[in-house]
Design a protein around this ligand. Structure first.
Ligand SMILES: C[S@@+](CC[C@H](N)C(=O)[O-])C[C@H]1O[C@@H](n2cnc3c(N)ncnc32)[C@H](O)[C@@H]1O
Length: 233
């Protein structure tokens, strides 16, 4: 699998077939790619999820670092996609911790249930149908939540953040990973359909959602990506 989602999207953009080849501001192929990133489905969704696991692993690891998870704690990855974050979180919280993987895509949930069958059977991993705005997690239940490269697809930013904050325990940590704005546009995002967002805008929204000590980090080795972190009151 030689192409990253961004190069697929770039190839799609460059292969736009004139006025009839465009859907909104991008080509049909770009549209397919972005739709797969927002809702991975079927065989192509499974392929995209493998690419995402590779491309996003470093940023996901840094987001997990930002949670500083303790052994035995309860943590969640919301919009886990290919699921690389679930394994990293399980390793950090150990056998006594509980990891919840929240995902609206049925294809991704099914894939994770199969891939992590043993962990699910041990109830150290829970795969949940949900979204940022409606996580299905109990209020105040999570010591930490990561969500990486998902914010572009939330229907409403404030509602998504409210949903995540509701699920956090007091002093719980939220770490949101995003790509730089130029990379978001490079992936074929259309500002009319996806949220193209700067880390500073996200930080303001997180403060407005009631998170405290909100900070932005740009970890090395993540191609200019950012982690915006905040703490529940
Ligand atoms: C680009 S993928 C990122 C997957 C993974 N977090 C990563 O970084 O590799 C976006 C993921 O967000 C999920 N998603 C879409 N809308 C969402 C929402 N409203 N709340 C949470 N996740 C959502 C998609 O199903 C998809 O798995």
């Amino acid at each position: 699998m030689g192409l990253s989602p961004s190069s697929l999207a770039r190839r799609a953009a460059s292969s736009a077939g004139g006025p009839n080849g465009k859907i909104g501001g991008r080509s049909r192929m770009g549209d397919v790619t972005v739709r797969q990133l927002s809702n991975p489905r079927g065989a192509l969704g499974r392929v995209i999820s493998i690419v995402m696991n590779r491309r996003n692993r470093e940023l996901i690891e840094r987001c997990v670092d930002a949670l500083e998870p303790r052994k035995g704690s309860s943590v969640a990855d919301v919009g886990f996609g290919g699921g690389v974050g679930l394994r990293i979180l399980m390793n950090r919280v150990g056998l006594t911790g509980i990891v919840s993987g929240v995902e609206p895509s049925e294809t991704m949930r099914t894939r994770a249930l199969k891939k992590f069958e043993d962990d699910v059977a041990l109830d150290r991993l829970r795969i949940v149908n949900g979204s940022a705005a409606a996580t299905s997690l109990a209020d105040g239940s999570q010591d930490g939540i990561i969500t990486v490269n998902t914010v572009y697809f939330w229907p409403d930013l404030a509602e998504g953040l409210d949903g995540l904050v509701r699920a956090l325990a007091p002093e719980g940590v939220l770490a949101v990973g995003i790509s730089p704005k130029a990379a978001q546009l490079g992936m074929g995002f259309d500002e009319r359909a996806e949220r193209v967002i700067e880390a500073s805008e996200l930080a303001d929204a997180m403060r407005a959602a009631g998170l405290t000590r909100v900070s932005i980090a740009a970890p090395r080795g993540t191609e200019g990506r950012a982690i915006v972190r905040g703490f529940a009151a």
